[in-house]
Ligand binder design. Structure first.
Ligand code: 5GP
Length: 185
């Protein structure tokens, strides 16, 4: 895996990673988003193979045993993993591959793929993060509480990343992200 680049985007649930990733993909055709596998149920509007590959816990375990994942982790009761084959293939083709993953997975990538660029997205404030998580209206109160607890742990680890970017204003955040993602070399 030498030609392309692997980029990891991490940040607490509700920080706006999804919007940032969509904007980046629209603006930069050389960027490819890795589609993860998850045991979470699809949210309304989520499409198989576009947002995630949705699998059962048994299927996920079989994929772990088969060595199908570049990294995987449990997040608030569900499993998430990055299929290794498409990432390898795209990097060998010289492409830029973006992973949008949580903290444990990002730590695994640091060990297995130290040349990957790792970026942490921070909310402007704790209150704002809570407001954004609730305003999505997609998760139960219990799921929101678990995500907020996990968000605290993730934010504490932001210093482990190569770059930390505060998502206050979308256009500004995009500019900052582009300036670190597309550093030559
Ligand atoms: P959500 O359920 O909101 O789609 O995702 C929950 C968390 O799982 C997010 O922080 C997201 O970045 C992370 N995630 C999504 N796919 C993967 C993956 O393949 N591996 C890991 N480690 N985390 C993932």
């Amino acid at each position: 895996m030498t030609n392309g680049k692997l980029m990891v985007l991490t940040g607490p649930s509700g920080v706006g990673k999804g919007t940032l990733v969509r904007s980046l993909l629209q603006r930069h055709s050389q960027l490819h988003l890795s589609i993860s596998v998850t045991t979470r149920s699809p949210r309304p509007g989520e499409v198989e193979g576009q947002h995630y590959y949705f699998v059962s816990r048994n299927q996920f375990s079989e994929m772990i045993a088969a060595g199908d994942f570049l990294e995987w982790a449990e997040f608030t009761g569900n499993f998430y993993g990055t299929p290794i084959a498409p990432v390898k293939q795209q990097i060998q083709q010289g492409k830029f591959v973006l992973l949008e993953i949580e903290l444990e997975g990002a730590r695994q990538i640091r060990n297995t793929f130290p040349e990957a660029l790792r970026i942490f997205i921070l909310p402007p404030s704790w209150d704002e993060l809570e407001r954004r998580l609730r305003s999505r209206g997609q998760d139960s109160e219990e799921a929101i509480a678990r995500r907020l607890q996990r968000a605290k742990e993730e934010i504490d680890a932001a210093g482990e990343f190569d770059f930390q970017i505060i998502n206050d204003d979308l256009a500004e955040t995009l500019k900052r992200l582009e300036s670190v993602l597309f550093i030559p070399g």
